[in-house]
Ligand binder design. Structure first.
Ligand SMILES: C[S@@+](CC[C@H](N)C(=O)[O-])C[C@H]1O[C@@H](n2cnc3c(N)ncnc32)[C@H](O)[C@@H]1O
Length: 215
């Protein structure tokens, strides 16, 4: 039996009742095509331990595996892209840590199963680094981080450039939400991104070097 409540105190303080797997899948099936599009961006503003984000990542990775498992570099590139398109916020620190760990575990399980002793720690570091940035300990109501000093939450748009390069641009969560684009984060057509100037841009970098070069 999956547990949807950790404690009565957490339910009272944070409304924490986690969504069951059957409901998660039924809801995601309403946007099935998007959950199976590797680069489709999802934000869960009260992500808990990641019940929705975990299934989204599993669905995307199933597509990556089906299409790219013959080439390790292609698999790594698209798996990193799948991870980089998933965003979450939660007000409870342990949930955020759990969620990052869980998403990493989902990636690593597939990666190890496919490539065993040939797996590359730089790829793992890239996945961990992106999850550290994309899954935020913050308050989705005032759009600020929870760790001190409390600063506005930023989200990073990760876009592939010339195959193996990744470009990162940071945006303020509050801008994205105020423009009512929370369901359409950084639309692929570029129209959302065009409306919002990034607050920071980084030079493109090889995806396997991302954890070492960008701080
Ligand atoms: C009903 S649970 C849902 C968790 C997850 N989305 C799921 O479906 O399993 C609500 C979550 O929202 C978080 N939460 C409550 N207030 C929040 C806020 N202001 N900002 C971000 N997260 C918040 C809680 O910590 C809890 O994990």
């Amino acid at each position: 039996m999956e547990s949807q409540v950790i404690s009565k105190k957490r339910v009272a303080n944070h409304g924490e009742v986690l969504t069951g797997n059957r409901e998660v899948n039924a809801m995601l099936d309403l946007v099935k095509q998007e959950t199976e599009r590797i680069e489709s961006r999802f934000l869960e503003p009260a992500c808990g331990t990641g019940n929705f984000l975990a299934v989204i990542l599993e669905r995307k990775l199933a597509v990556v595996e089906k299409r790219y498992s013959k080439s390790q570099l292609d698999f790594e590139r698209y798996a990193v892209l799948a991870v980089s398109s998933i965003y979450g916020v939660d007000i409870q620190k342990d949930n955020v840590e759990h969620c990052r760990q869980r998403l990493f575990g989902i990636f690593d399980l597939v990666y190890l199963r496919l490539f065993k002793h040939k797996t590359n720690d730089d790829c793992r570091a890239a996945v961990r680094f992106i999850l550290e940035i994309n899954i935020v300990w913050g308050d989705a109501l005032d759009f600020k981080t929870k760790d001190e000093p409390r600063v506005p939450i930023r989200f990073s748009e990760w876009s592939p450039v010339n195959g193996s390069m990744l470009k990162r641009r940071d945006f303020m969560l509050s801008y994205l939400v105020e423009k009512q684009h929370q369901m359409l984060l950084f639309s692929d057509e570029g129209n959302v991104a065009d409306l919002n100037e990034p607050i920071r841009e980084y030079p493109p970098i090889h995806f396997l070097e991302i954890a070492h070069a960008q701080q």
